[in-house]
Design a protein around this ligand. Structure first.
Ligand code: SF4
Length: 665
């Protein structure tokens, strides 16, 4: 039979591990396996056409909350044009409420619930035993449906006994039958290496994509919102097997491996052994791990100190810092320890840190989300992900939805809209903040300007800046548009000037419970903010001197990003004349200066430095904006596509700066 394994990934660079496991487990059977992946951005009609052209006898879809709806659309098209084609779904999104899923989706014939390896192998063994020859290279698909006999009676089809396949859900006439689940695979090493066919393929693409790899299944914890809490026990691939697999992937030139272990450091000795192995290979690759930040001890931290820059990225789930909320989710977390360990990792500077928060957890208020946000922002991770609670099928929180007053989408992704602790209005505000976090915080677009604004006008609260900025954007309809990098700088410049001009006015509506003590409405030019633009805030108006520093920092951030020299109107003009700039360039490009101040650029020719570099004089040191410390900054952009390198050079000249010379909007 021709078996097509497929899914709709979130992005092209992702590869689906589950499909590769299924193929690996069945590769000795006399079937032809085709693995073809699409993305959720592909049009369902195009996906259906591509699948149709493969002429499969059975199509197996891997289903998740992010792809189930387009997957069902593809399946419906295929069923119309090939009614006899057997359509199988598996994956977390179809493993719960399976009978209802089958009843609601007549285009799907079969579902495999839970882990797929045992049921899928059992199914294909039956099919292999019954199939009509010739298999393999046969061009034409089978014509009889395997599981949907006409007239509701079992067909004399290729699978005589679907009831004997554990974990299979199937139809008998109008009835849907869900077999008892397959036992979990005890010895994970029995699953063959899943990427063999990819490595054997002539145009092996793995080096261009993110390879997913697991060394264990299960999680020692049981957080009420997480699907990992629905399976018991923690199982491991042997260390020998893991080393062997990783060796093969690295030899094949794979550049990015994402370990999908739910808590990679749950078993300390194994985590240390795998990290040690990776370090010993000195790979030119990047590795992503999901870890529990509070489960790092001194030995692990000492080990991680040896990790060179850009080799590891850690994703640390904080979700909330509120112990009461965690308890309601059955989540164990030592926030103090997690924070201390994250600070240590941050100080090491070599591991990229991505910290997760979830809004909408049981009993957590808007103010509580703000407190968690500020606590996480204070750790200065490279990235903060503000996610929104999803009540996934099979989780205990979904079962307790009424208890916490949850309103949530009844379609995937089942996202929470409100609860008894947080209103829909507040959730919308958090969505706006999340959008701005992506634009500014996680892209590090204007870190220096943002940090200064937080310190001077928002009592150090990043959450307060984001909520003020979100309300300001909403009032101007900016949340519903796309924005270029230059737009984002312009908006921030404009936001600051409005704060400084006192156009921001306090109004006397009641504060949000427990978080900020006032409500701030920002209005400019007499325009009326859009409905719902009021927001909590603790903004203090910027003084002219503070505004000047803010603009200098924004200019610095802008120059770090933009090599065009097409400067926006808000940018303070340069205090340097072209002649002074040229003199400075001549002074710093002498071999002695280069060696002393910019050793990283010592190999660049003076012509390159002039072509790809830019000199500017700032009245304040960008890293220490409170000090009046005029500083020459050399921005080296390098050839297009390079990252900007920034050097601070001693001024050694008397310099007097007159604030306010910038052309502010
Ligand atoms: S949220 Fe993380 S720690 Fe909690 S059960 Fe899921 S995988 Fe485990």
């Amino acid at each position: 039979m021709r078996i097509l394994l497929t899914t709709l990934n979130a992005k092209y660079i992702h590869v689906n591990l589950a499909l590769r496991y299924l193929r690996a487990c069945c590769r000795d059977l006399p079937h032809t396996f085709i693995l073809d992946e699409f993305t959720i951005n592909d049009h369902p009609e195009h996906i259906a056409a591509a699948i149709y052209r493969h002429r499969p006898d059975l199509v197996a879809f891997s289903c998740y909350i992010w792809n189930i709806e387009p997957t069902l659309a593809v399946a419906a098209i295929l069923k119309k044009v090939r009614p006899e084609l057997t359509i199988l779904c598996g994956g977390p999104e179809v493993s719960f409420d399976t009978a209802a899923f089958l009843a609601q989706n007549p285009q799907v014939d079969l579902v495999i619930t839970g882990e797929g390896e045992i049921p899928f192998r059992a199914l294909l063994e039956q099919l292999a035993g019954q199939q009509r020859p010739p298999a393999g290279d046969r061009e034409e698909p089978l014509t009889a449906s395997m599981y949907r006999p006409a007239g509701g009676r079992p067909a004399p089809g290729p699978v005589p006994d679907p009831a004997a396949i554990p974990g299979l859900a199937w139809r008998r006439g109008a009835e849907t039958i869900v077999n008892p689940p397959a036992p979990p695979l005890r010895d994970l090493d029995t699953i063959p290496f899943p990427y063999q066919e990819d490595l054997d393929a002539a145009g092996n693409e793995l080096s261009q994509r993110t390879v997913y790899y697991e060394t264990s299944r299960g999680c020692p914890f049981a957080c009420g919102f997480c699907l990992s809490s629905t399976t018991e026990g923690l199982r491991y691939f042997s260390l020998e097997r893991v080393r062997d697999d990783l060796e093969r992937l690295l030899k094949a030139g794979v550049r990015e491996i994402k370990f999908v272990d739910r808590t990679f450091n749950a078993h300390k000795k194994r985590a240390l052994a795998i990290w040690e192995f990776l370090l010993s290979r000195r790979p030119r690759a990047r590795f992503y791990f999901e870890i529990a930040g509070d489960r790092l001890d001194e030995e692990m931290l000492a080990h991680l100190k040896r990790v060179p820059p850009d080799l590891f990225q850690f994703e640390i789930g904080v979700q909330t810092i509120d112990a009461g909320v965690n308890a309601r989710c059955n989540r164990r977390q030592d926030w103090a320890r997690l924070a201390a360990n994250t600070r240590r990792l941050r100080e090491m500077g070599s591991i990229r840190l991505h910290l997760d928060l979830i809004a909408g957890l049981p009993g957590e208020t808007y103010a509580g989300v703000g407190e968690s946000f500020d606590a996480v922002a204070a750790l200065k991770p490279h990235e903060i992900q503000l996610g929104f609670l999803k009540l996934l099928k099979g989780t205990s929180l979904r079962a307790r939805a009424d208890e916490f007053g949850y309103l949530f989408l009844d379609r995937p992704p089942y996202q929470v809209l409100a609860s008894s602790a947080i209103t829909y209005e507040e959730m919308l505000r958090l969505h706006a903040i999340e959008g701005l976090l992506k634009y500014y915080g996680n892209s590090h677009l204007a870190d220096h300007a943002f940090a200064y604004l937080a310190a001077t006008a928002f009592d150090g609260s990043y959450f307060a800046i984001y909520e003020a900025l979100a309300a300001w954007w909403e009032a101007r309809g900016l949340l519903r548009r796309g924005h270029s990098q230059r737009d984002l700088f312009n908006h921030l410049a404009s936001f600051a000037i409005h704060l400084a001009r006192g156009i921001a006015t306090r109004v006397t509506v009641p504060p949000l419970p427990g978080y900020h003590d006032s409500i701030l409405e920002i209005n400019s030019h007499g325009d009326t903010p859009a409905s719902g633009a009021e927001h909590s805030g603790c903004a203090r108006n910027l003084t002219p001197a503070q505004l000047d520093r803010f603009y200098q920092l924004l200019k610095f951030d802008y120059l770090c990003r933009d090599r065009s020299r097409n400067f926006p109107g808000w940018m303070p003009p340069s205090p340097l004349t072209e002649e002074e700039r040229s003199n400075w360039m001549a002074r710093i490009t002498t071999p002695r200066s280069m060696e002393k101040y910019m050793p990283g650029l010592a190999k660049e020719s003076p012509a390159n430095l002039r072509r790809h570099g830019f000199i500017e004089l700032f009245p304040y040191h960008p890293e220490r904006p409170e000090e009046d410390n005029p500083t020459i900054v050399f921005f080296y952009y390098g050839p297009p596509g390079s990252e900007t390198r920034v050097y601070y050079l001693p001024l050694n000249l008397p310099y007097r700066y007159s604030p306010g010379c910038g052309k502010y909007p």
